[in-house]
Design a protein around this ligand. Sequence first.
Ligand code: ZN
Length: 143
Amino acid sequence: MIPDKVKIETIIKELQKMMRIQDTSIQFEFKNAIEMYKHTNDNTTLAQVDFDRKHNLVRMRMNSEPDHCDGLGYGDWYYEIMHEMYHIVTDEFMTFIKPLMDGNLEGRFKEVFEEQEERLISRLADIFITTYPVTNFNHILEG
Ligand SMILES: [Zn+2]
C-alpha cells in the first residue's frame, strides 16, 4: 500500500537531509495513469522527476494507479522514491555531461549512455533501500 502524500513528503524531507540535497525544493504529487502518460509519453512509468533548475525546484510525480501501468507493476513505492532521489543527486553531473555528448557523439552511444544511467541509478537506489530499509520510517508511516 502506498502511503499518503503527507507521509511521502515527510519521508522525502528526511531523505533530502541524508542525501545532502536540502537546498532543492521537491514538490511531490500523485498523478493518475492518464496524467502520468501526458508527462512521460510512456505508460510504464511509475515515478518521474522534472527539473526547474533556474528555481532549484524539482517536481516529483508518482503514478497513483500502478495497476494501469504496462511496466512491471508496483514493486515498491520506497524504491521508486529512492530512484527519483538519485536522479536529483546526479542531476548536476548529468546536466554537465549530456550536452557534451549531444554535440560530439553518435545517437546510438547516447542511447546506451541513457540505459547505463538508469542502471546506475537503479543500483544506487537498491543499495540505499537495502542499507536503510523502509522500516526506518515506521515512525512516519505508522503515525
Ligand atoms: Zn530513472
